[in-house]
Each structure stands twice: as structure tokens, then as C-alpha cells.
Design a protein around this ligand. Sequence first.
Ligand code: IMP
Length: 183
Amino acid sequence: MQSHPNTVFINQKKFKVLLRESEIKQLVSNIAERINEDYFGKKPLFLIVLKGSMFFASDLLRKIELECEIDTVSAKSYGNYMKSTGEVNLMISKLDVTGKDIIILEDIVDTGYTLNKLIEKLKFLNPASIAIATLLSKPAMRKINIDLKYIGLEIPPFFVIGYGLDFSEFGRNLPAIYSHEEE
Ligand code: IMP
């Protein structure tokens, strides 16, 4: 059995466990199973949104039974705070996506600004299709409506860390996911 502390402190903020490793594993398996079915006979291109999605992507992709390509994009929107800045920096200059079935792998969708900007840019490169797989979604925080084809779990509007998700770059290495609920 895996065990995790129930609380952790990152930059003097207290976070409580929200999802344990076994629960995350189940969410990832569910998404992989659906993608394996939906894309049977296709050769999708998985686009990992760095840095937060790296743990999700690495676990999910090892459960994908399709012939597929993998590429990465870097996105940054949170800066050093717990709220989205609304400004999104994306680096997608060298992507070869024309005619491909893209599946974007995202750790969490909050306001939707990051994915909205990424999708806008990708459309200019003429892919065959674009779908999104996100481990977590905070629907109460959404500012832009985004069509999320695969969602691991919808969560309340808490700030979460662990399993790739950071608070000012710390906390990514935690194997479980922890949440900070404003008092
Ligand atoms: P959005 O553009 O507001 O949808 O935010 C998307 C990005 O912000 C995600 O890819 C994360 O990197 C980051 N983010 C959103 N919510 C959280 C959170 O609760 N913890 C850590 N990072 C988050």
C-alpha cells in the first residue's frame, strides 16, 4: 500500500491531500482506455503541455496501445501566484501537425485561456483534428468555453499541487495531488 502525508507545506502554505496515487492511476487508466477505443486505426499525435502535464503524460502514454507520435509545447500562465494571470506564453514554433489527429495532454483546465490560445495557434497549422485530454478540470473557474473530450475529474475551484502541478515551481514531485482551500 502507498502512503502519503495528509498535509504538506509548500512556501509556508498548507495543502491537504485530494487524490492519492491509486486514485490518480485509475483516472489515467480510464482516459487511456477511451482514447485506445476512440482512435483505433488512427495514428494520433499527443501534444504534451509542459511542464505540468509531464507526469500525467508519461503515465497515460505508457497505456496507449496505438501507433502514435509525441511532441511537446511549453505554456506558462500562472507566474508565481495561485491565480491565472490571463497572459499565456506558448512556444509552438517547430511543431509539425499538418493533417494529424492531435490529442492535447493537459494537467488541469482552469480559466481555459491556455488551451484557447493553443488551439487558436494549432488551427493555423491545419491539423486533421484537435481533441483535449485533461487530468483535472475546474469548471467553476472557466472564463472561456473549451470542449474537453476527456476529463479525468472535475474538482472545486481549489489550487492544487503535486503530480506535475506546481506552486511557484515547487510541489511538482509529490506523487499525490494536494489542494489549498482558502480559509
Ligand atoms: P488556464 O489557462 O487558466 O486554464 O490554466 C491552465 C494552466 O494553469 C494549467 O496548465 C496549469 O499549468 C496552471 N494551473 C491552473 N490551475 C492550477 C492549479 O490549481 N495548480 C497549479 N497549476 C494550475
